[in-house]
Write a protein of this length. Structure first.
Lengths: 126, 108
């Protein structure tokens, strides 16, 4: 094989494009990891809310002041994304949407569904 | 836990959690607990507490398989990998016992 020294090397971050399916895979890992680290916080809030009347009010206050609400909405987005991407992987497991075109479409659908779901949550908690 | 069994458990737990959460959110929407007494009463209902405990058991299994995959992919030093895997397992077990303790206290 002839070696061509002038072949382009695409290591520039501005030029490298990950396909949307790869971004989704990374996001599935990232959101999963984030949710894992948030688990003790969620259990703590559950514990506090069930311990006493004051605990319940504290959790409610924490959750519905602007900062708490914003954090909740971001977590809801992580979750929604992980949820929809997970359904996509379950479907791919049973051979639905495996080919390149379908998997790209479903990846965009997952991203859109995550955004729609989080908007619904934001509207309901408002 | 490894290989096909881990793969299958990750998916079964995902399905249980997905279905559980849809029901739980629906239930919260149609019969929203307005105060502490109603909230506690709701969680103390045996089938609510039981399905929630099952949810957390699924979550621990699911998280274990997921985090284990991530650690195996990115942590190559054997000692460090073992340490991180042990810490993850320990943390998940503590979380599970914590939830069990919360739910048993509510049901008392």
């Amino acid at each position: 094989m002839k070696h061509n020294d002038k072949r382009p090397v695409f290591l520039s971050l501005a030029k490298i494009h990950l396909p949307v399916t790869a971004v989704l895979s990374l996001a599935h890992r990232g959101t999963g990891l984030a949710l894992f680290f948030l688990l003790p916080v969620a259990i703590y809030l559950l514990d506090l809310s069930l311990q006493s009347q004051q605990g319940f009010s504290q959790v409610r206050q924490l959750m519905f002041q602007p900062v708490g609400l914003s954090i909740m909405i971001i977590i809801a987005w992580f979750f929604a994304h992980h949820f929809f991407a997970g359904i996509r992987y379950l479907l791919i497991d049973v051979d639905i949407g495996v080919d390149a075109k379908a998997s790209r479409h479903s990846a965009w659908l997952v991203i859109a569904s995550g955004i729609v779901a989080v908007l619904l949550v934001a509207l309901m908690l408002r | 836990m490894a290989g096909l069994r881990a793969w299958l458990l990750q998916r079964l737990s995902a399905m249980y959690m997905g279905i559980y959460l849809l029901f739980f959110i629906f239930y919260l929407l149609i019969d929203t607990p307005r105060n502490y007494t109603e909230w506690r009463g709701m969680i103390a209902t045996p089938w609510v507490a039981l399905s929630m405990m099952l949810f957390f058991v699924s979550l621990l299994i699911h998280a274990w398989v997921g985090i284990r995959d991530v650690i195996i992919d990115y942590v190559h030093n054997p000692a460090l990998r073992l340490f991180k895997l042990s810490m993850t397992g320990l943390a998940l077990m503590v979380c599970g016992l914590w939830v069990l303790d919360i739910l048993l206290a509510v049901m008392k």
